[in-house]
Design a protein around this ligand. Structure first.
Ligand SMILES: [Zn+2]
Length: 176
């Protein structure tokens, strides 16, 4: 049986949620996956400071200082691809793209953007106006927009302990 588009969208969004766990941003962990038309993965990206720039707590914990230094997950995914991304699909967790990312994603040639969407999340509420503009930009450039309604509470990623074969304890993240 052929898997549906929705099945693949949900699977890739789950992957984007896992990618997000690598972010050191104390407020929002963003994860992105860039998928080729054949469903193989070109790259992943999460939000973080540029390579070589120190993750100083005083910058990470000061919104103004943080925003000046942060590379968003979408742009990191594009830069990490090391190949043209024309015709690819971008998966976004835990919310829609901001307007700056939208212009880069459009310009890179991405044709479809699938985002987790949770109207009640603090992330969506903080960025709503700018995300609305991002969405408007995508639509005006004929990029297909899919907002996948789901709960993006960070606790939806549950951490539990696992003991590996050598008896070592490891933290494991599980998607609900
Ligand atoms: Zn952005």
């Amino acid at each position: 049986m052929k898997r549906s588009v929705e099945w693949w969208d949900e699977w890739f969004l789950g992957m984007a949620a896992y990618v997000a766990t690598a972010s050191k941003d104390p407020s929002t962990h963003v994860g992105c996956v860039l998928a080729r038309p054949d469903k193989s993965i070109a790259s992943v990206g999460f939000n973080g400071f540029p390579k070589g720039v120190e993750d100083r707590p005083e910058w990470l914990n000061n919104r103004e200082e943080k925003l000046k230094r942060m590379v968003h997950g979408e742009l990191n995914a594009i830069l990490n691809a090391h190949e043209p991304v024309d015709g690819y699909t971008l998966y976004n967790w835990p919310g829609r793209s901001c307007s700056r990312c939208a212009v880069h994603v459009i310009q890179a040639g991405v044709v479809r953007v699938v985002s987790a969407y949770d109207a009640n999340s603090p992330f969506e509420q903080r960025w709503k106006e700018d995300m609305d503009l991002g969405e408007e930009l995508f639509r005006s450039a004929d990029v297909e927009v899919v907002n996948f309604e789901c709960i993006t509470d960070p606790h939806a990623l549950r951490t539990h302990k696992m003991i590996d074969g050598a008896g070592n304890e490891a933290e494991v993240l599980t998607l609900m």
